[in-house]
Write a protein of this length. Structure first.
Length: 184
């Protein structure tokens, strides 16, 4: 099932889980089915991240055009709070965000189209997250938006002091700086 969110283009996907006494099977990608659900993207790269600690924050990341990336995010182990922030200057939702809890147990996914920053916080330890990307990694186009910028109003389950951050995310740009560069 493809469930629209309040941010146009961002979808929660609730795949059918086939369960029995052994566990379950979930189809996480089927081009025909996902295109019928509104995802018309050719994915070209798959990434996986493992986060050892609860409270690990990865993001908010994005790539500038022409290297922008759409993402299909799946939590394979544990639970995460997944976030997308609308960076499209012409959008009536510019600067707004959506948050969804993704978990291995639910098997749900989040589709984040191009033009959004994306990040997540681990809600459990030992989280494994898979990303399907529409464009390859381009370090010259990569940007990081401060996950906890108060102007964004994101309700994170941890504080900056509690967060496990990379150096890149620790020094990410403010929303004011990102916003200014996007509308210039």
């Amino acid at each position: 099932m493809f469930v629209p969110t309040p941010l146009p283009g961002v979808l929660e996907i609730q795949p059918q889980k086939n369960c029995d006494d052994r566990g379950f099977l979930v189809e996480t990608w089927n081009m025909e089915r996902y295109r019928a659900g509104g995802i018309h993207v050719d994915f070209v790269q798959d990434n996986m991240s493992f986060s050892r600690h609860r409270g690990t924050v990865r993001g908010l990341h994005f790539q500038l055009p022409p290297h922008a990336q759409a993402k299909l995010v799946t939590c394979l182990s544990g639970r995460i709070l997944d976030i997308a922030v609308d960076l499209r200057p012409d959008s009536p939702h510019f600067g707004r965000h959506i948050s969804l809890e993704l978990s291995a147990e639910k098997g749900n996914q989040m589709y984040v189209p191009e033009g959004f920053a994306h990040g997540f916080c681990t809600l459990t330890k030992d989280c494994l997250v898979a990303y399907r990307l529409s464009n390859t990694y381009a370090p010259q186009a990569e940007r990081s938006l401060a996950f906890d910028d108060p102007e964004l109003g994101i309700n994170w389950p941890i504080t900056r002091e509690q967060a496990h951050l990379s150096d890149r995310d620790r020094t990410a740009l403010s929303w004011a700086d990102i916003r200014e560069s996007l509308v210039a």
